[in-house]
Write a protein that binds this ligand. Structure first.
Ligand code: NAP
Length: 281
């Protein structure tokens, strides 16, 4: 059986189009401020793509490119200023921050109603009890994909590889809230292969090229590859050995063109949600 490729690029374009239409009728444009500290080239690429997404969605956006020597105090002052701005609905601090800056304190300083990345402990708590303002962007994007392709996690065995705060943990929570039976695996999981092979829905968010081989994919499983790795040739790839997994799966996401574009689209959706909240719409 050849798997259906889940087209994240097309779905993200549709999602952004809907966001654009909703934003156009708001009294005020949604506004997103992106803060980048230091000169990490990968982070710079992400920030540029966020600006382009804002333009596509008709949002107002601001970028703060701060030098690596920026102090914690300066960063916190900028966050406080943006918290107080009526034209800014979302504040995104590009992670990781350079050494010496306290990421946790910075994320805590962001007004939770402007925390469009859904990293603030308040929003993580709301997510845990099932009443989130925002969907965490990457796992939220995965759930949108499942919905679009009529894949219902209810009653399914869902195995998540990875337990980071950004992807693995919130992914497991969203699948649990969608009534999946969820197993979360990590670097200390001894029987990873067997657990993965038992999954109806397998989500890999580890960051290791070639980790998920055909023997880890159950016949007919849905395979979601969150990872964004570089192979030896420098080409973007995921954790999953795509061709061999696709031969057994029912649905599979490619890398690139799968989860990545959905993450970006979800950030726009969250900024729209924040703008509606701030404008009482
Ligand atoms: P991370 O913070 O490094 O977390 C990786 C997780 O994988 C950890 O929980 C780690 O376990 C686990 N792990 C490491 N080796 C393992 C192994 N051999 N078997 C099982 N689990 C193992 O990474 P992340 O931020 O979650 O990102 C994961 C991947 O997703 C990366 O490739 C990243 O680039 C990608 N990503 C993609 C998007 C997107 O939009 N598509 C967004 C975010 C991240 P421990 O906890 O035990 O260390």
């Amino acid at each position: 059986m050849a798997a259906t490729r889940i087209d994240g690029k097309a779905l993200a374009a549709k999602l952004k189009e809907n966001v654009r239409a909703e934003a156009a009728v708001l009294p005020r444009k949604p506004g997103l401020a992106v803060i980048l500290v230091g000169d990490d080239p990968a982070s710079r690429v992400y920030v540029t793509s966020k600006r382009k997404d804002c333009e596509e969605c008709g949002f107002y956006s601001e970028e703060y490119a701060l030098p690596a020597e920026t102090t914690q105090k300066q960063l916190l002052e900028l966050v406080a200023e943006l918290n107080g701005r009526a034209d800014i609905d979302g504040i995104l601090v590009q992670l990781p921050l350079p050494k010496g800056l306290d990421e946790r304190e910075v994320l805590l300083a962001i007004d939770p109603t402007k925390d469009v990345d859904c990293f603030h402990p308040y929003n993580v708590g709301q997510l845990t009890i099932g009443t989130p303002i925002f969907q965490p962007c990457t796992p939220g994007g995965v759930m949108e994909m499942l919905r679009e392709y009529h894949i219902d996690p209810a009653g399914k065995r869902c195995v998540v590889l990875g337990r980071s705060n950004i992807v693995g943990k919130p992914m497991a929570l969203l699948l649990l809230h969608a009534h999946g039976t969820v197993v979360t695996c990590h670097s200390k999981t001894p029987d990873l292969k067997e657990l993965a092979a038992s999954a109806d829905i397998l989500v890999s968010a580890v960051g290791k090229t070639g980790l998920v081989t055909a023997d880890m994919v159950k016949e007919g499983a849905v395979v979601i590859d969150v990872a964004m790795n570089r192979n030896q040739a420098g080409k973007l790839c995921g954790d999953v050995c795509f061709e061999e997994a696709a031969a057994k799966a029912s649905y599979i996401t490619p890398v690139p063109g799968g989860v990545g574009p959905m993450t970006r689209a979800m950030l726009m959706k969250n900024t729209l949600t924040a703008a509606k909240l701030h404008q009482g719409v």
